[in-house]
Design a protein around this ligand. Sequence first.
Ligand code: ATP
Length: 143
Amino acid sequence: MKQLKRSFLVIGLGRFGESITKTLSSLGHEVMAIDKDEGKVNKVADLVTQAVQADGTDEGVLRELGVSNLDEAIVAIGDDIQASILTTLILKDMGFNRIVVKAKNDYHSKVLEKIGADMIVHPEKDMGVRVAHSILSGNIIDF
Ligand code: ATP
């Protein structure tokens, strides 16, 4: 059965955000990708609906870009925990249906939970759990 086309905003195009962006895009979904680093934006520019160099904490710019027309958001800002929290808060106020956020540590995760992030992921930790299970079961990791 063909999946419905969904629309996503990805903010932060490190290894995690870039990988999410490329996967969603290759599956035919609409993706707007944002990073404050122009080089990161250029890397995905040909693959996505729109790629923009911008600061995720700049509410005015996000509104100008019309990001609230998109349904779901992924905040994949890594080391700058303050920027991650602020961006999540702004997107929450804009009324996204679902916001997925990458957390750096447990304190970051707790704050994200309190401000209403719908899904919080810890890529390295989560992947470690999956790999450990797959080692024990002898299966390859299934996606
Ligand atoms: P990964 O493990 O996914 O490679 P990381 O955890 O090392 O990433 P960073 O490299 O610190 O995380 O951040 C991920 C991306 O988020 C970077 O490309 C960075 O330029 C971008 N980023 C950081 N702050 C902002 C911001 N305020 N607005 C937009 N993008 C940002």
